[in-house]
Design a protein around this ligand. Structure first.
Ligand code: IPE
Ligand code: MG
Length: 219
């Protein structure tokens, strides 16, 4: 979710304080999305490309996410949230991976909103990983179709996103859910992620509700 850095910079604060503020936003947006009856919320917390940032920022983010995963577990569980992840988990620091696995195990049976943390996630990497699984299973080439690929993504049981929200005015996809977003509606807001709030989510949903979706067909 973009704009944590800019939010901090504008206030002459260190970037990590922007990320901490972004965490607060996520906590309240998750609760609100759940109240509004949204079934799936997937957030792009750390991309496979974000390792290119300075070590201090990467370490700070990893610690922040690990602490958040542990601190929020009880309240998420109480609210019926089901936690999932998307990304290459084996490349994460082991403490963080453990926290995420604990979160998934604890909430696996919940029936409320599915909250998916995309972390060390890349859309191309996900497709590559799907290819590897398909080849590994020995599926013959002439039996591979779009359903085969979709069934080998990180969370094959998740529906494709109806709505994708980009913050801080970014007009690019940044390697997020490339396969799944083929027919997603896009909503871009100038607000940075720490400024994003319930009202802005309402606006995004309202904009979405006004769209006509044709999936390539005629209206
Ligand atoms: C958060 O926003 C994205 C993360 C990787 C956590 P940014 O850190 O990209 O913020 P800007 O783009 O510098 O404003
Ligand atoms: Mg950015």
């Amino acid at each position: 979710m973009d704009g944590n850095g800019r939010w901090a910079q504008k206030r002459s604060l260190p970037r990590l304080l922007g990320h901490r503020e972004g965490y607060k936003t996520l906590r309240s947006v998750l609760l609100y999305a759940s109240e509004r009856g949204i079934r799936y919320l997937t957030v792009y917390a750390f991309s496979a490309e974000n390792w290119r940032r300075p070590k201090d920022e990467v370490d700070g983010l990893m610690k922040l996410i690990e602490r958040a995963a542990r601190d929020e577990l009880r309240v998420m569980h109480r609210n019926g949230v089901r936690v999932r992840v998307a990304g290459r988990m084996d490349e994460l620091p082991s403490g963080l991976r453990q926290a995420l696995e604990d979160g998934m195990a604890t909430t696996a049976g919940n029936t409320g909103i599915t909250f998916t943390l995309a972390i060390n996630y890349g859309g191309r990497a996900e497709i590559v990983d799907a290819m590897k699984k398909i080849v590994g299973e020995g599926i013959p080439a002439d039996q591979i179709d779009e359903e085969t690929v979709a069934a080998h993504l990180y969370n094959p049981d998740h529906p494709e996103p109806d709505l994708m929200i980009r913050t801080a005015g970014e007009m690019r996809w940044s390697n997020f859910l490339l396969w799944q977003s083929a027919y997603s509606e896009l909503y871009v807001t100038e607000k940075t992620w720490p400024e994003f709030d319930d009202k802005e989510l309402d606006r995004a949903i309202e904009a979405f509700a006004g769209r006509t979706r044709k999936f390539g067909a005629l209206a």
